[in-house]
Ligand binder design. Sequence first.
Ligand code: COA
Length: 186
Amino acid sequence: MTTRIPREPLKTDRLLLRPTSATDAERAFEIQSDWEVTRMLALASFPPNRQEIERWFADHPNEWAAGDAYRFAVLLDGKMVGLVDVDGIGEGCGSLGYWFDRAAWGQGYAFEAARAVTRFACGELGLLKLIAGHAHDNPASGRVLAKLGFRRLNTVELFSRPRNEYISQCLYERGDTALDGSFGER
Ligand SMILES: CC(C)(COP(=O)(O)OP(=O)(O)OC[C@H]1O[C@@H](n2cnc3c(N)ncnc32)[C@H](O)[C@@H]1OP(=O)(O)O)[C@@H](O)C(=O)NCCC(=O)NCCS
């Protein structure tokens, strides 16, 4: 990406999505201290490593400036309840990811926030295709992707760092045909 994208928040009905920075690391550490959250994140360590998370968040503004990744802290009533990002950007394609505090599950926040970031990716970033994936035992994430208009592709074996074993990962994509502004079933 050559166009500089301003680091501005996205708003939804209930949520504010603010570009992440180093100050979000502590809350992210707290959220990822829950095994039920982190076991679904293939690249995360468990228990979480505070310094690793701090380094990662400190680098987010650089990633944004370089056009490599765009990550948003999801705020509900001013408190960070999750993160949605699009990373691995190249050749018109990016990868959508998200994770939320367990206390915030089941209220449609992941879909609402991921929909805003999907629109941002297809609109402001001009991406033509998004990919995503979830562990075989994470149907809630599959449901979020289906509602966003992602199409299930196939299943691959992927090493899960927190589980320390290979797991089946279900892969998805959302391409040109989903770029007409429709978002799956909602
Ligand atoms: C996956 C996750 C982001 C979902 O967050 P959420 O805010 O609860 O998601 P939403 O409420 O927007 O949508 C969840 C959908 O899954 C459905 N769902 C929940 N549990 C389910 C299950 N066991 N089986 C099938 N569907 C399920 C819900 O009913 C809802 O669908 P609906 O709107 O049609 O009723 C959240 O559970 C999470 O952060 N998990 C840990 C990290 C993670 O898995 N990240 C994604 C990695 S791929």
